[in-house]
Design a protein around this ligand. Structure first.
Ligand code: PLP
Length: 421
């Protein structure tokens, strides 16, 4: 099946007389006839559901759909994107271990790695993804467990050279984990370029309608966990009466361990209702990603013609620093997110936002409705102009998440804001 068909049909095939639409199985638990059968389920010798923290039929259908879209062997849905990043990392790193991560990652991921994980004894070295191979080599340590980056980083809009980062990781016997939230598997499938694990905040384009928080981890099944660097996959798990994941589950070892060990004990699962909403979003994902990308490109080109605008960042613009990487990894579009900066600084940004009528001011991206955020007057308002600049955000920076309205209407509202700025 092609992507558009998978979005509608993968993960759920009703039999004769069954519901056409994936049903919401609103049950925490499942009944069985014999203790022997329940024992086989608990021993993971038989597939089936026994408690919805570990698995639920509605959530399972969505997991299978997303795994099919990314080209992986399995997926695990989580309660949020943050939970997906946390579980994906903790499935590999424990106290005393180390991570190499791109600096250009979502602020929540940066904080998780930089603050919370340090409290757990897991260190992270953040690297400039544009650095040379030699410079990047210096970041690795004997206890490094994985390499991490975002296909299109939020909010930097940098594009990760996935093949290069996969090579740098694989040369050292390590996997590459890629957050593919902004691109979605419609615009980029990181496994095709060597990534080993993909993560999403499904809250963004996969849902797309701003109704449901969620996350997902997808396993490519391609990484060899028996290479000596991952004893948790090759030695018996005492918390699961001696299960050896790499032996028992082969190519699905990573995602099975994440589910039966970490999800079992940390519990940040997706609900059946939540998965149902995510599935509705997934059904129209290809159409939406195409239109988001078209409208965003039109907005980026319009913005770059405006005198009050100092710079525009969108990887489709020919002089964007990531245009070459975008041409390789994102040939069909770069999502709906554009950033730009006013010459008039903080005040111009505020006047622009306050004059908008159609476009809404929100702490969110990837909605079907166009939205904006002005970091200097909202998420980063406590910072001085100097501190903002050090964080890579100028006082006049605006993040625009272009939606699916008619371009003429978006442009008219941008013009209204521009006149006021
Ligand atoms: N990863 C990326 C790239 C994000 O943009 C976000 C949220 O904005 C997250 C992860 C965290 O996802 P959530 O908000 O669903 O917890």
């Amino acid at each position: 099946m092609k992507e558009a068909t998978k979005c509608l049909h993968a993960g759920y095939s009703p039999e004769n007389g069954e519901p056409r639409v994936v049903p919401i199985v609103q049950s925490t638990t499942y009944v069985y006839d014999s203790t022997a059968e329940v024992a086989r389920l608990f021993d993971l010798e038989q597939a089936g559901f026994f408690y919805s923290r570990i698995g639920n039929p509605t959530v399972d259908a969505v997991e299978q759909k997303i795994a099919a879209l990314e080209g992986g062997v399995g997926a695990l849905c989580t309660s949020s994107g943050q939970a997906a990043v946390m579980l994906a990392a903790l499935n590999l790193a424990r106290a005393g271990d180390h991570i190499v991560s791109a600096t250009n990652v979502y602020g929540g991921t940066f904080n998780l790695f930089n603050t919370i994980f340090r409290r757990f004894g897991i260190e992270t070295t953040f690297v400039d993804q544009g650095a040379t191979d030699e410079e990047l080599a210096a970041a690795f340590r004997p206890n490094t467990r994985f390499v991490y980056g975002e296909t299109i980083a939020n909010p930097a809009l940098s594009v990760l050279d996935i093949e290069r980062f996969a090579r740098l990781a694989h040369e050292r016997g390590l996997p590459l984990l890629v957050d593919n939230t902004f691109a979605t598997p419609i615009l980029c499938r990181p496994f095709e370029f060597g990534a080993d694990v993909v993560i999403h905040s499904t809250t963004k384009y996969m849902d797309g309608h701003a109704v449901q928080l969620g996350g997902v981890i997808v396993d490519s099944g391609n990484f060899d966990w028996r290479n000596g660097n991952f004893p948790e996959f090759t030695e018996p798990d005492a918390s699961y009466h001696g299960l050896v994941y790499a032996e028992a589950f082969g190519r699905a070892a990573y995602i099975t361990k994440a589910r039966v060990q970490l999800m079992r004990d940390l519990g940040c699962c997706q609900s059946a209702q939540g998965a149902f909403y995510t599935n509705l979003g997934l059904e129209t994902l290809p159409l939406r990603m195409q239109k988001h990308s078209e409208n965003a490109e039109a907005a980026a080109r319009w913005l770059e013609g405006q005198d009050k605008v100092e710079w525009v960042r969108y990887p489709r613009l020919t002089w964007d620093p990531y245009a070459k990487l975008a041409a390789r990894y994102l040939p069909n579009g770069c999502s709906g997110v554009v950033s730009f900066s006013f010459r008039g600084g903080r005040e111009a940004g505020a006047r622009f936002i306050d004059a908008l009528e159609l476009i809404s001011l929100e702490t969110h991206v990837a909605d079907i409705r166009t939205s904006v955020l002005h970091p200097a007057t909202s998420t980063h308002r406590q910072l001085s102009d100097e501190q903002l600049t050090a964080a890579g955000i100028t006082p006049g920076t605006v993040r625009l998440s272009v939606g699916l309205e008619a371009w003429d209407d978006i442009r008219a509202d941008l013009q209204r804001g521009m006149d006021a700025a």
